[in-house]
Write a protein that binds this ligand. Sequence first.
Ligand SMILES: Nc1ncnc2c1ncn2[C@@H]1O[C@H](COP(=O)(O)OP(=O)(O)OP(=O)(O)O)[C@@H](O)[C@H]1O
Length: 478
Amino acid sequence: MASLQKDDDGFFNPVPPPAGSPSKDAKKPEAAKEAKPEDAAAPAADRPVSPENDLVKSTFEVSVTLADQQADPNSPLFSAKTFEELGISEDLLKGIYDMGFSKPSKIQERALPLLLSNPPTNMIGQSQSGTGKTAAFVLTMLSRIDFNLHKPQAICLAPSRELARQIMSVVITMGKYTAVQTEYGIKDNLPRDASNITAQIIVGNPGTMIDLMRRRVLDVTHIKVFVLDEADNMLDQDGLGDQTLRVKNLLPRNNNAQIILFSATFPDHVRAFAAKFAPSANKIELQKEELSVDSIRQFYMDCRDEEHKYDILVQLYQLLTIGQSIIFCKHRHTADRISQRMTAEGHKVASLHGAKDASERDAIIDRFREGKEKVLITTNVIARGIDILQVNMVVNYDLPLLNERDRSADERPDIETYIHRIGRTGRFGRKGVSINFVHDQRTWAQMEQIEQSLGRKIIRIETHDLDEMEEKMKKALK
Ligand SMILES: Nc1ncnc2c1ncn2[C@@H]1O[C@H](COP(=O)(O)OP(=O)(O)OP(=O)(O)O)[C@@H](O)[C@H]1O
């Protein structure tokens, strides 16, 4: 939890367009309405695929089945409708098709008509990781603002700097046929003596947003839409809850902004607060057993001790670098130490956490996004929201525990953070693998609790049999 709170810092760096960002003249795919499997592969073409490489190839091939998944009523990617039928403006439709989207996902199909209807109604929306929630709230912000009014009209808050930058890149890409103007509410983006923000959409972190509002750099008189991405985390009293509430309380008393909360998880202890925060909201909820995505195969490896965990990670290096991988540790110093050791032993890895300065953080995530680094060793700082399609493996070097959120002695696993961490792979129908390292009775029991909570089997992989390991991975990614 500590790392999540400390994310709201650093310097502004321009966001590179997301990998595979649209070409200027791109049009709606001809066969969008009746996408054939081959057509569906187009959105994934941004990934650096080497055809001679089995694992990457199989990950690539899975995207070919996207059209099938979007036609399966049981899939979270299913939709019976087209984007045209959801009431989206022409300019925004062009932006969407430029991004290679041909059909909405389930959450987009269900949420967009509710989000766009008048009078505006609040929304609490839940959908599995990687199923397209960002597009739903970004399209709402872009649909509701008056482009002729040069005042802030939509605020979007996210828990980390990295996620705010990613959301902004979606706003810019989707809104490229509109006259939208945007500004960051992330630390050190604006000079201290900045005057009034005239941009319409502001995306950032709550600490900086409070500062901008208090200093009246951010005039909130005209705010019509207020979005919380990763809303359960943004509202959690053990997380960013206080700061988020302060942002809301700084909006004018009579302000009727549409409040939109999205997340893949809404644990019981934040549900009541969420309902108070977004009164009379339309609600889209998941059942407990729907929380984790089928396309992510979950494994565990039984290590002897802490040192053995490191050895196994090194042995896994070849598999980790076939696509891209994210390794989650509990502490920043663990992430740094592993990264330094592996680097000294000749492996190419990067580490990212909240203690690094912001310009460095931006450079590290950008390099990873561009595929220049293949292995990223990190903390919970990027457990949520980060969308990098080519990530096909996540390793929980340390399992996430509740005591990282509330600094208590609570050694139970943090199920929500686990769901978000493994959700960095298996994005929008792609296959992915997660591996948990356990090394003693305690961590074993914690993993069993995760297994029980999610109602899913976590499969053992032997630590001494690299061939078996590779075999299982290949099968999982097929
Ligand atoms: N309709 C669509 N067709 C094809 N791709 C889509 C569509 N909607 C979203 N995507 C892509 O799916 C990926 C996942 O979307 P997004 O990041 O919005 O997921 P999310 O639901 O917010 O996940 P998380 O809970 O992890 O934050 C992105 O790469 C996005 O561009």
